[in-house]
Design a protein around this ligand. Structure first.
Ligand code: COA
Length: 347
């Protein structure tokens, strides 16, 4: 039988600090619990405390995924993130070494909120090409490090977290098999979700940019419309490729961005209400971590059940994957302590 990548382990890590909507309103942000719940569906989100970075969440989620798969070694580590510990180097080699995997190839993959879905497609391609037999894919982000606490457009939406999966070579009929995929991008939308200062166009050392350029900036209404349109089209493309009717899907996991976006996409595609999986209310938008975190917290989906994941993010990027629900039992973990207190200071 044709071989593909099969999800054999699933891990998650959420930082312990819970920030409720009322906490944001009390902190001076001009918002209210009522507005946030009505317009986004989010009630609370998790945030790291100072000294905890993306790799600390990623290492913990990765350890959990390895435990879930009952393995300790992999051939490749992929870290989907847009909030690496440092702009240079990538965080994946450090994560791999902290997992006891020094020497294994490791790189970051930056596709913003579509990063995990992009990572699944890259991992599948490399496994199918027999380049690697077992891949660890982590989606980890710490958006609290780039969100303006005074910007009510973004501060209410984003949270921190990490999720990870182990992918191994296996048959198409295995529970957790990646079957079909659709990816896309449109750089015409690069201003819709952006952090301007600190890249090569506007190096941080030059400074002098407006506040909105020093933090993540989002054109919320445009993103909303684009996300609904493109996640709907991408989901439909994957369903067509798989030959699945929408009402046969047992688990639909959309990128946890906004409940109104998720409802609009699922309604347009025709996904049954009981098949819609999500934890947005509890964790907000955790960017590249959002889909594996939602999968790790999904209640009782049948292993082998038809599953569609769909995401949309800055770039803009989008992607969907058709798979069967994995048999792996998810494992949850606390953030890993930084390996060396020096990591928290400037060298
Ligand atoms: N609290 C209270 N009021 C707020 C607010 C907040 N956090 N954010 C915006 N408002 C106000 C606006 O100022 C506006 O007031 P006005 O009518 O007096 O001008 C009103 O609420 C409506 O604003 P609007 O921006 O049109 O609201 P919206 O329904 O589009 O919701 C978002 C705003 C950001 C929640 C929504 O656009 C969204 O979720 N977009 C997609 C974001 C996303 O998914 N990003 C990640 C993709 S990977």
């Amino acid at each position: 039988m044709e071989q593909t990548a099969v999800i054999t382990g699933l891990g998650a890590c959420l930082p312990p600090l819970v920030v409720g909507n009322e906490d944001l309103a009390r902190s001076g942000l001009d918002t209210s619990d009522e507005w946030i719940v009505a317009r986004t569906g989010i009630e609370r989100r998790r945030r790291v405390t100072p000294g905890t970075a993306t790799s600390d969440l990623g290492v913990a989620a990765a350890r959990a995924a390895l435990a879930s798969a009952a393995v300790s070694e992999v051939d490749l580590v992929l870290l989907a993130t847009t909030t690496p510990d440092r702009l240079c180097p990538a965080s994946a080699p450090r994560v791999a070494t902290r997992l006891g995997l020094a020497g294994v190839p490791a790189f970051d993959l930056a596709a913003v909120c579509s990063g995990f879905v992009y990572g699944l497609v890259v991992a599948r391609a490399l496994i199918r090409a027999e380049a690697y037999a077992r891949v660890l894919l982590i989606g980890a982000d710490t958006y609290s490090s780039i969100v303006d606490p005074l910007d009510r457009n973004t501060a209410v939406i984003f949270g921190d977290g990490a999720g990870a999966v182990v992918l191994e070579r296996g048959p198409m009929d295995a529970a957790g098999a990646i079957l079909d995929a659709d990816l896309g991008s449109d750089g015409g939308g690069h201003d819709l979700i952006t952090l301007v200062e600190g890249g090569s166009r506007y190096p941080a050392r030059l400074g002098g940019t407006a506040r909105q350029h020093r933090y993540l900036h989002m054109k919320g209404t445009d993103v909303f419309r684009y996300a609904v349109r493109q996640m709907t089209a991408s989901t439909q493309a994957v369903l067509a490729r798989a030959g699945w009717r929408a009402d046969s899907v047992e688990a639909f996991v959309g990128h946890q961005a906004n409940q109104r976006i998720l409802n609009a996409v699922a309604d347009r595609v025709g996904i049954a209400p009981q098949s819609r999986i999500g934890n947005l209310r509890e964790v907000g938008n955790t960017a590249a971590a959002s889909i594996p975190l939602a999968m790790a917290e999904a209640p009782g989906v049948r292993p082998g059940g038809r599953t569609v994941l769909t995401a949309f993010g800055g770039g803009v990027t989008w992607g969907s994957v058709g798979l069967t629900w994995p048999a792996a039992m998810p494992v949850h973990s606390e953030p890993a302590p930084p390996p060396d207190p020096q990591d928290e200071r400037l060298p």
